[in-house]
Write a protein that binds this ligand. Structure first.
Ligand SMILES: NC(=O)c1ccc[n+]([C@@H]2O[C@H](COP(=O)([O-])OP(=O)(O)OC[C@H]3O[C@@H](n4cnc5c(N)ncnc54)[C@H](OP(=O)(O)O)[C@@H]3O)[C@@H](O)[C@H]2O)c1
Length: 239
C-alpha cells in the first residue's frame, strides 16, 4: 500500500487532495497546524471506509524543529504533497520582516526542507513530490509581493529538485488559478470577485476536485518530472 503525506490537509483544497488520493488507494498522513479537530474528523471518516488508512501529524511548517520532528515520524512514503501555505496582502508601502518570515518560511522553507529531508525515504520507493504552486508565480497578483515571491520560488524549487532528485524521485507542481475564495485577512469584495471571474476564459472558478485530480494524475505518471500544470480555466491566457 502506498502512503501520501499531504500538508495542510484538514480543509479546503488539501482536504480534497486527501479524499482523492485515499479514494485511489493511498494511505494518508494528514498534516495540520492548528486544525486538529478537522484533521482528526477527516482521518476518522477515512478510517471508517478503510481501517488504519489515515493518521494525522501536527507541525508548524515555518519552524525547522517542527519540520524535522514531522519527518522523523514518517516511516515509508511514496508521495509528498506540499499544499499548506499562507496567503494575505503585503502592500509594498508596509512591507515588514515578520510578514516576510511568516510567508517565506511557510510557503518555501517548509516545502523545501520537507522535500529534502524526506528525499531518501521517497527515493527508496521511487516516489514523487507534488508542489501546489499558483499561477501568480508567473504573473504577480497586485498587493501580494511576498506571496508572489514565495510562489515563484516554489516553482523554481520544483524544477531544481526535479533535477537534483532524479532519477529516483519525480518532482512536479500544480498551479491553481481561482479555486476557492480566500478567507479571513484576504477576503474579497463581490466587485473584486466579479472582476477576477471576468479574466478567466472559462468564466468560472475551478473546484478543489480539479486540483486534486491533477495531483493524482502527477502522482501516477511515471515519466513526468519538472513540470508545473496550470489548472486555471484559461486565466493565464489573459493579461
Ligand atoms: N484557494 C485558491 O483558489 C488557490 C489559488 C491559487 C493557489 N492556491 C494554493 O493552493 C494551496 C491550497 O490552497 P487553500 O486555499 O486550500 O489553502 P488555505 O486554506 O489558505 O491553507 C491550507 C492550510 O495551510 C496550513 N498552514 C498555513 N500556515 C501554516 C504553517 N505555518 N504551518 C503549517 N501549516 C500551515 C493551514 O493548516 P491548519 O488549518 O491546520 O492551520 C491551512 O489549513 C495553497 O498552496 C495555495 O497557495 C490556492
Amino acid at each position: 500500500m502506498k502512503t501520501a503525506l499531504i500538508t495542510g490537509g484538514a480543509h479546503r483544497i488539501g482536504q480534497q487532495i486527501c479524499r482523492t488520493l485515499h479514494q485511489a488507494g493511498f494511505n494518508l498522513v494528514i498534516h495540520y497546524n492548528s486544525s486538529a479537530t478537522a484533521a482528526q474528523n477527516l482521518a476518522d471518516e477515512l478510517n471508517l471506509s478503510r481501517q488504519n488508512s489515515a493518521k494525522i501529524a501536527q507541525a508548524e511548517l515555518s519552524n525547522m524543529d517542527d519540520i524535522n520532528r514531522l519527518c522523523t515520524t514518517i516511516d515509508g512514503i511514496d508521495v509528498l504533497v506540499n499544499n499548506a501555505s499562507v496567503f494575505y496582502p503585503t502592500p509594498v508601502s508596509s512591507l515588514n520582516q515578520p510578514d516576510y518570515q511568516k510567508i517565506m518560511n511557510t510557503n518555501l522553507m517548509g516545502p523545501l526542507f520537507l522535500s529534502t529531508t524526506l528525499s531518501n525515504k521517497l527515493a527508496t520507493n521511487q516516489g514523487c513530490i507534488v508542489n501546489i504552486v499558483d499561477i501568480h508565480a508567473d504573473r504577480p497578483l497586485r498587493n501580494h509581493t511576498i506571496y508572489n515571491i514565495s510562489k515563484a520560488a516554489i516553482a523554481m524549487m520544483t524544477k531544481t529538485l526535479a533535477k537534483e532528485l532524479a532519477p529516483n524521485v519525480r518532482v512536479n507542481g500544480v498551479s491553481p488559478g481561482s479555486i476557492l475564495w480566500p478567507e479571513n485577512d484576504a477576503e474579497l469584495s463581490e466587485t473584486q470577485k466579479r472582476s477576477m471571474l471576468d479574466k478567466i476564459a472559462l468564466n468560472k472558478q475551478g473546484s478543489a476536485n480539479d486540483i486534486a485530480n491533477t495531483v493524482l494524475f502527477l502522482a501516477q505518471s511515471n515519466y513526468i518530472t519538472g513540470q508545473i500544470i496550470a489548472v486555471d480555466g484559461g486565466r493565464s491566457l489573459n493579461q
